[in-house]
Design a protein around this ligand. Sequence first.
Ligand SMILES: Nc1ncnc2c1ncn2[C@@H]1O[C@H](COP(=O)(O)OP(=O)(O)OP(=O)(O)O)[C@@H](O)[C@H]1O
Ligand SMILES: [Mg+2]
Length: 286
Amino acid sequence: MCNKLMDTYPNDANEVDGSGVAIESEQISELCRRIDVLEDRLRQAQRLSAIGELTSTTTHEFNNILTTIINYAKLGLRHVDKTSQTNAFEKILIAANRAAKVANTILAAAKNRKQTFEPVNLIALVDDAMLLLEREMNKYKIIVEKYFPQVAPEIMADGNQIQQILINLLVNARQAMPNGGRLILKIAHDETEEMLDLTIRDYGCGIDEVKLPYIFDKFYSTKSGPDETGKGGTGLGLAACKEIIEQHKGIIRVESKIGKGTAFTLRLPTVIRAKLIELQEKNSSN
Ligand SMILES: Nc1ncnc2c1ncn2[C@@H]1O[C@H](COP(=O)(O)OP(=O)(O)OP(=O)(O)O)[C@@H](O)[C@H]1O
Ligand SMILES: [Mg+2]
């Protein structure tokens, strides 16, 4: 943004027209500085809103797990025979392990604010996001179908950021189907291009052709505010998705038909492709 401004009004403008223009160029620099500060603040707000979303999702999930633990503990106390008690203990252990996994996911997301790219497993990231949203999907009668390959190459990514994106896309899909519906998650490896494609397809309300060009704009939202789970309505979700995917040298695409549903596809470089891109960038800067 600022570079564009500076190109339009280059610094040497003051040589053309004495002091008046020099002040103008200073004003532009000051404006640029302010825009940079504001953009930084916006990024911070996006991160905080993503963490807020994660926190509310996790709290619901914890409540669910606690209910399971309490019910099995009561069952174990009521039925004193060994088989029932062992069964109750096993169920409590499974629930507690799940709670630990959920807690680790949110801790990792809250702690690691700096962007770090490393080889990550996209299938595991999608599974983790679904683990957090499982209860919510059940509550809204969303049937999730997964079409994942047995193995897929790792992508070069910041796992927390990709998870932030996945949660927003999955929540958007769920919100598009208030009366339930199908949600299809598909991962495919494009071996020629060494890219991984993740498609998140819902059969919800769809997006009007006229509105489609605006959905990635910051603050564009058709939601009146957060829903009863505390999510949606800021209009920052897809803007952050686009920014993050582009930082990952990937592409986000959308196809939608009003009344039929929407499909978002994330196309991300595998580790091999990311290394190639890095090499090409190094060569072209030399
Ligand atoms: N799967 C979808 N089905 C239908 N409309 C969608 C879908 N995903 C996004 N949209 C439209 O795009 C808009 C922008 O989405 P975005 O995720 O950026 O913001 P939001 O969900 O409204 O708020 P938040 O920033 O809290 O996520 C939504 O308000 C909605 O109109
Ligand atoms: Mg959203």
